[in-house]
Design a protein around this ligand. Sequence first.
Ligand SMILES: [Zn+2]
Length: 362
Amino acid sequence: MVTRREMLGGSLAGGVLFCTCGLLAHGRAQAQTSRFEVKVGGKRVRTIDVHAHCNFADVIPLLNGNTALMIPLPTQPGANEIVINIDQRLAAMDAQGVDVEVLSVNPFWYGLDREVAARIVALQNERMAELCSVHGDRFAGLASLTLQAPELAVRELEMAVRKQGLKGAAIGGGVNGEEFANPKFHPVWAKAEELGVPLFIHPQAPTELQTRLKGNGFLINVIGNPLETTIALSHLIFEGTLDRFPKLKIVAAHGGGYLPSYADRSDHGCLAAPPGACSADIPLKKKPTEYLRQIYFDALVFSPEAVRHLVAQVGSSQVVLGSDYPYPWGARPTDPILAVPELSDREKTDILGLTAAKLFGI
Ligand SMILES: [Zn+2]
């Protein structure tokens, strides 16, 4: 029989935590390392990272040997840390200056058979809930959803929020080539709106563009990921989904991709469009750019100037800290926010944690 450790293979298996409550409690007792404390105007602020990935080792036996589903690029920096190990994770957060991570599992099961996907989702949500209940001071969790079966996803979301204490759900950038604006997903958005919980949109690298994004530069991620988020958000705006669900709380990864950096083009497109390209059957209630002020965006845009521009486009109330841990993009994620001269101390404090605390109920 193949053990979990053997299935996982190599260095990835080192220090893997199998999530039982005893081990989780052990993890808490062990994790006391030097902590970088973020201060604004000389005052300590609580930082909440809304963009933190994890996977659970317990799910691996459900993958039928295909661990590449969960970890497609095992040699990528950060891949060794994606399967959560509490001591390692807390030490990394302490070094980063992150007080709380809002954990999510990036969806890898949308293409699987509904029953298998449902088992993966159920186990992940259970493990996430256990982890967050033991380490409630450092972690909040987002649910996984079997989004290829929207009626099941509705039930999963309801249970995750009402019974398991999870704070919302993590969704991809689309589902097997179908856009989130597709009415088949409306019941899921309606449930999220009713529960008042956020949905974190994180892209999964668009397979349609794989040929063009081959070659040097990791373009499938560098360009493909933000482009996928841009497409997902644009459809939610232009298909009237955000009008239909005005209280839906969307959080977009990577600063919303390219949308906030070239937002005004969205306001001008329908002026230049040929007949039929902008349907009179979908009369938007606002200018396209105005919808950006109801979406939340993580600040993973790397430079103080990029953070300043994002805030100028969407408002400081809509921007939250995001690191993409365990993927090592470089600087400490709080640094670009702290270095924006145009932001007040209050705005920095909001972006670093206060807005996320309210949004996720932490
Ligand atoms: Zn990410």
